[in-house]
Write a protein that binds this ligand. Structure first.
Ligand code: ASP
Ligand code: MG
Length: 418
């Protein structure tokens, strides 16, 4: 068997390789594609096995990180690649599994969240020349010094997109267990509909806001290299899925809706510092200290000063709430604040849509919708194509539903693609 003219990358997430039956299912998808293309498969670890490995690590050494954790986590993907290669061989096609380092993934040296520096293509090319389906372990690589690294949770999407770029692939299909990207989580809103297309920009926002179908870094990379990225369902592979494409290609922008999707994040907490001094240097002190403790701050508001004092409030990942509270309490004297309040009964609901770029009134429609539902907004933040509101967690699901209704997201509008 000789090499074909076109190459595609197929990535299968944990749920798509959860057991041998699933692996047979995805092997057949790879076989079918191999009739027409050179196929590079990327797999995640089986099911929830990365979580199980982390549990084990925490039993051996609570809170462990760094080199040995990478050694352990990298084993997860080795199980799924070898089982996939065996299955494809049994089904009658030549196949070979490669670890991240065998496949040529060279990364920077930061353990547990390494970035890909380069992919050396010769080894994979050798196997493609022989007509083999190449199955690569996602989420892992090796440093120049020969140390095993992993790319951070969810990183195998990024492995796949990086391969698609390195091999100039025609397509990169990311297979999961849902039909594609939806207007919102179908478990929250039954009218949620699958999008046929979404722009990289919108997908980056949605992924960063907690939509789990794609890892944000992979979409950034796909945008940078203009990769034809698709989200598909390995349990329903006839479905075309959702295509993630450049905004420029979504020709009928004027006709598309203002809002493409609604995202909900219930994993944040709010910290408020009351009565701090209104003078230069306060915000930089607060956020500088938080940064030193590696706490990621998301939404920030500062009140209008009154009599030389201010309030500063911000959100952080929920697991960092106590550390953030402590950090602020430690500097409370320096910034002349009176107290620190922490609240984790909050949720962030966001609307995302490239269609809001040139369309006034979207924000007011959102606020009115929430107010009509009796939902109070605690904080607001915006970007060009996103508006987020912080609300009480008890109202979270209701908020998603009323917003989905108000912007008529159940009505699909299909953009014209050239
Ligand atoms: N197995 C890794 C994780 O669970 C990488 C991935 O699935 O993308 O995070
Ligand atoms: Mg994933």
């Amino acid at each position: 068997m000789a090499r074909k003219d076109t190459t595609i990358v197929l990535k299968f997430g944990g749920s798509s390789v959860a057991d041998v039956k699933c692996i047979e299912r995805i092997s057949k998808i790879a076989l079918k594609e191999a009739q027409e293309h050179n196929v590079i498969v990327v797999t995640s670890a089986m099911g929830k096995s990365t979580n199980q490995l982390i549990d084990l690590a925490n039993q051996a050494c609570p809170g462990c990180s760094g080199r040995e954790l990478d050694m352990l986590l990298a084993t997860g993907e080795l199980v799924s690649i070898s089982l996939t290669a065996m299955t494809i061989q049994r089904l009658g096609h030549a196949a070979v599994s490669l670890t991240g380092w065998q496949a040529g993934f060279v990364t920077e040296s930061s353990h547990n969240r390494a970035r890909i520096a380069e992919i050396k293509c010769d080894r994979i090319n050798k196997h493609l020349d022989l007509g083999e389906i190449v199955i690569v372990a996602g989420f892992q690589g090796i440093t120049e010094d020969g140390e095993v690294t992993t790319l951070g949770r969810g990183g195998s999407d990024t492995s796949a997109v990086a391969l698609a770029s390195a091999f100039n692939a025609d397509r990169c299909d990311i297979y999961t267990d849902v039909d594609g990207v939806f207007t919102t989580d179908p478990r929250l809103v039954k009218e949620a509909t699958k999008l046929s297309h979404i722009s990289y920009e919108e997908m980056i926002e949605l992924a960063s806001l907690g939509a789990k179908v794609l890892h944000p870094r992979s979409v950034e990379l796909a945008k940078k290299y203009n990769i034809d990225l698709r989200v598909r369902n390995s349990f329903n592979s006839e479905n075309e899925g959702t295509r993630v494409i450049s905004l420029k290609r979504m020709l009928d922008m004027e006709l598309t809706k203002a809002v493409t999707g609604v995202a909900l994040d219930t994993k944040q907490a709010k910290i408020a510092i009351i009565n701090v001094a209104d003078r230069p240097g306060i915000a930089s002190k607060v956020f500088g200290e938080l940064g030193k403790n590696k706490i990621n701050v998301d939404m920030i508001i500062q009140s209008v000063p009154r009599d030389g004092i201010n309030d500063i409030a911000f959100t952080v990942p929920r697991e960092d709430m106590e550390l953030a509270r402590k950090t602020c309490e430690e500097i409370l004297k320096d910034i002349e604040g009176s107290k620190v309040e922490a609240d984790d009964d909050i949720a962030k609901v966001s609307i995302v849509g490239a269609g809001m770029l040139n369309r006034p009134g979207v924000a007011s429609n959102l606020f009115e919708t929430l107010s009509n539902a009796g939902i109070n907004i605690q904080m607001i933040s915006t970007s060009e194509i996103k508006i987020s509101c912080l609300i009480d967690e008890v109202n979270a699901e209701k908020a998603v539903q009323v917003i989905h209704d108000a912007f008529e997201l159940e009505k699909s509008s299909e953009p014209i693609i050239v």
